[in-house]
Design a protein around this ligand. Sequence first.
Ligand code: BF8
Ligand code: SF4
Length: 626
Amino acid sequence: KLTTIEENEAITNRLLETGAKVGADSWQLRVKNQTPHCKFGEQGVCCRICSMGPCRITPKAPRGICGCDAHGIVGRNFLRFTAGGCAAHSDHGREIAHTLYQAKPEGPYKVKDPEKLIRIAKEWNIETEGKDIYDLAHEVAYVALGEYGKIEGYQNFTSRAPEHTRELWKKAEITPRAVDREIATAMHMTHMGNTSKPEALVRQSFRTGLSDGWGGSMTGTEFSDVLFGTPTPIETEANLGVMVAENVNIVVHGHDPSLSELICEYADDPEMIAYAKSKGAKGITVSGVCCTSNEVAMRRGIPMAGNFLQQENVVLTGACEAIVVDVQCIFPALGPLSKCFHTKFVTTSPICQMPDSDFVRFDAATAGENAKAIVKMAIDNFENRNPDLVYIPDTKQKATVGYSLEAIVKTLDGVTNSQVDETGTTKPLLQCITSGVIRGAVAMVGCNNPKIRPDYLHVELMKKMIANDIVIIASGCSAQAAAKAGLMDKAAKDLCGAGLKRVCELADIPPVLHMGSCVDISRMLMLAAELSKDSGLNISQLPVVGCAPEWMSEKAVSIGNYVVATGLDTFLGVDPYVSGSDQMCELLTNGVRDWVEAAYTVEKDLDKLGDLMIERIEEKRAALGI
Ligand code: BF8
Ligand code: SF4
């Protein structure tokens, strides 16, 4: 039985009552204060990139003071949005590469997947023969770090894209060079008095996005796997009910797994558990929010307390001893909110510093001590809990997660009567698709956004897709929405059409596959590339589309750009502040198809959005004659 949106809303309302008792603020209240939103901002026609402005475009004032029109302003804003997202993802990837650079056999960070490390080294023409694995790790990490500012050529990982895709990029002049360079180019192009031509701004948006997807994000994913292990299917649970009233509850939140991995390790340490018991708790429970949660769920089965718009709820349970954050998607609201409770709000990264938090500066050299100190801080805080404020709903769902590309390939081996030489490839999956047992796939990704009932579009669209024999690969907060609802429980096969249900039974998988965090959308790129190579089809011919129905962050726009630029049609449920320029809208929803064989669709109506995706998938099948 699925957990409904209404049930989740009832829980939230109950928690907001606690909030009211202690005088806590909440996003639900702040949304009211911010509504209606500024129309100029919403349409993308406000420019404040120089101090002659801010300039706002209206029918009476069609140009800014410098003469820039709506199309230039919307285009520049769109590119800057992309650059922000690319920077966040890619810098996260860079941090991971730094961590790998400092890995040592006796230190807190080790090489857990040497096979993957060697594979990457070979791909990058780095000599592996007779080398100590840690020497190799440092060498590969050094090259990865150099990739960010490489002087010539293109991002190394772009060679993983199919030849046809690379040809398209070359022709469109959007092959990503170095991450730092694409971001700098984006900022330079959008400086006052530079580019105001939409076409050029969209090209650079794509190139910047591609440097994220096939650069920074892929670095994040691949080196996280090297350090912490490549995910394999594992059981876990999701929703607030994973917190345990009798235990010390530590919630990890953010994106970079370097910190959370060690927190999980220390929370599992018998010495720490004994210490927690000495303080009156029964044990220690670590659960997660947002993508950090996805990372530790995929590798350790750590339960997922919730996604983006549930972060305040975690504190509102009154049973959170510490919410420990690294970077990105963290509400500054957690500072004042934690002050209404006993909760410690622990920030750990110089990239993410917030008022009303305890800052424990985390770095690779002292990571072990830092993590231990944080776990101890949480345990010591247990006795400060006010029992009268504790309410943990018992709602949770089982979920099977951990579907990296490698895991998907392995799981599907043997599902069809494929030849021996086809194992270890995506051919069994292709066979399911070409035979029509599975009609296609949707990559469901992205955030929650108060503009939409939290999780509603994610869950309803997924239900609709699987009922139509379309398999879902999910990441980020979309994956957590699915897990909270129960769609990652293998029993959800009963909600599928007959074909997908059969595949779920044969392969023993849920119909919604958790592929990881948002940087792990790079796993989806690799899957698309493998499907293309194994089928001989172009990526754009595959019956696969992307969808971010409730997106909110700059990162999501960067993702959208690299997914479209890789050849996959992408469907959005929230407008990316471009409605103020018909030229930008036309380019993004149609014009770019000439360059990359894919485009955006923005549709706010749930039923229409779902129908359009199914239609697109069926069109692609018809074009292939399957
Ligand atoms: O990177 S899906 S709200 S947590 S931005 Fe943030 Fe959006 Fe969640 Fe992960 Ni992705
Ligand atoms: Fe106004 Fe032009 Fe300055 Fe933008 S760059 S704020 S449109 S004068």
